[in-house]
Design a protein around this ligand. Structure first.
Ligand code: P1T
Length: 396
């Protein structure tokens, strides 16, 4: 019984399909009672038989079986059947990112995507820079810009794909090859895609990060994060850092994630079907100046999306022209809710400039197109007719 086996009994077979793995890996019935859901091990410590003799469980920051099951499950979804991988769960997406960055030391250099979640940028610039880590922000859609930014001190290349909020893609295979040449670790924040849509480790990345608060949790009722790597040397560092820095999630959050992951495949299919309809509807609407969605042929990286993604996700940004128009839209929607976050079953609308990307400098926002008129949609799994009708009346 340990974190490698994830649960008290190993599954005896390798599940081929994604949805089957999502439902069964790490979630085998409890051998003691037959419970088909993993128990919530709500304990901070474990009785030891005598000094130096215990069941492998000493203290819950280090050892918690509900968490181990969740970590094992997501590792299996990101890496597939043919690779060994290790998962590490955290108290939030940012706690996951913060812990991954603690692999670095003062003097190390990171090449990062210029378009990213504002909180990630804030962590890099306002905190990690003070500890002597250097960052260069580049257009990750352009491999030669990445190549130019690499220095002998570069130890990490960090990206999101699709990016938040402009839905730009990183050619993960190409950029991971550049990182490898430079002896740098390739990190992909896979929050917008989910492992159902994209598996960066299989494309050459070394580390995948998720804000599990989003699609993995899927119901807007938890805050959590998780990291997966297929490199044993990195897993060893992350295992040490997870315990030594201590930003672990509680067992209830892990249990909620285990509950939610069982429906990830069906949710993502519906999210994507709805998002494609919303994107196509908005693309032909005269009030919408631009639609940013990798599933539209007009997206500059549509071909790359078809190559490295299984579908196109369900995040869409719209340029409406002015703050007033964005405000009017946010006030008028009835099915969509104005809120930060994304990836829940309910549709949300967000105004990145004033909400998720307020900490990004104005000149960077202007360069990227994060304007006062930009709104971001997280398309939920309601009936698509209701979503289209809601958008139509709000754009009027
Ligand atoms: O909120 P937290 O669980 O800490 O996750 C941070 C985070 C990390 N990575 C990406 C790509 C994210 O989008 C986020 C959080 N994003 C939002 C809250 C948002 O509305 O964009």
């Amino acid at each position: 019984m340990n974190r490698e086996s994830g649960h008290m009994r190993e599954a005896s077979m390798q599940y081929q399909g994604f949805a089957t793995r999502a439902i069964h890996v790490g979630q085998e019935p409890d051998p003691l009672t037959g419970a088909v859901t993993v128990p919530i091990y709500q304990t901070s410590t474990y009785a030891q038989e005598e000094i130096g003799r215990h069941k492998g469980f000493e203290y819950a920051r280090t050892h918690n079986l509900t968490r181990f099951c969740w970590e094992k499950n997501l590792a299996a979804l990101e890496a597939g059947n043919d690779q060994k991988a290790w998962g590490f769960a955290f108290a939030s997406g940012l706690a996951a990112i913060d812990t991954v960055m603690k692999i670095l030391s003062a003097g190390d250099h990171v090449v990062a995507a210029e378009d990213m979640y504002g909180g990630t940028f804030r962590l890099f610039e306002k905190i990690l820079r003070r500890f002597g880590v250097e960052f260069t922000y580049v257009d990750m859609t352009n491999p030669s810009a990445v190549r130019k930014a690499l220095t002998p001190a570069t130890r990490m290349v960090y990206t999101e794909s699709p990016t938040n909020p402009m839905m730009m893609l990183t050619d993960i295979t190409a950029i991971a090859a550049l990182a490898r040449e430079a002896n740098a670790i390739m990190v992909v924040d896979n929050t917008f895609a989910t492992p159902y849509v994209q598996q960066p480790l299989r494309l050459g990345a070394d580390i995948v990060i998720h804000s599990a608060t989003k699609y993995l949790g899927g119901h807007s009722d938890l805050v959590s994060g998780i990291v997966v790597t297929n490199r044993s040397d990195i897993a060893e560092q992350l295992r040490f850092l997870q315990n030594a820095a201590g930003a672990v999630p509680g067992p209830f959050e892990c249990w909620l994630c285990l509950r939610s992951i069982k429906t990830l495949a069906v949710r993502m299919r519906q999210h994507q079907e709805n998002a494609q309809k919303v994107a196509e509807f908005c693309a032909q609407h005269p009030a919408v100046r631009a639609v940013y969605y990798p599933g539209l042929p007009s997206h500059p990286q549509h071909e790359l999306a078809k190559k490295q993604m299984h579908g196109f996700g369900a995040m869409i940004s719209l340029e409406l022209g002015t703050r007033d128009k964005a405000q009017q839209f946010a006030r008028s929607v009835r099915v969509f809710t104005l809120a930060e976050s994304l990836g829940g079953v309910e549709s949300l609308v967000c105004h990145p400039v004033s909400m998720t990307h307020a900490s990004v400098p104005k000149e960077t926002r202007d360069k990227l197109g994060i304007t006062e008129g930009l709104i971001r949609l997280s398309v939920g799994i309601e009936d698509s007719e209701d979503l289209l009708e809601d958008i139509a009346q709000a754009l009027q």
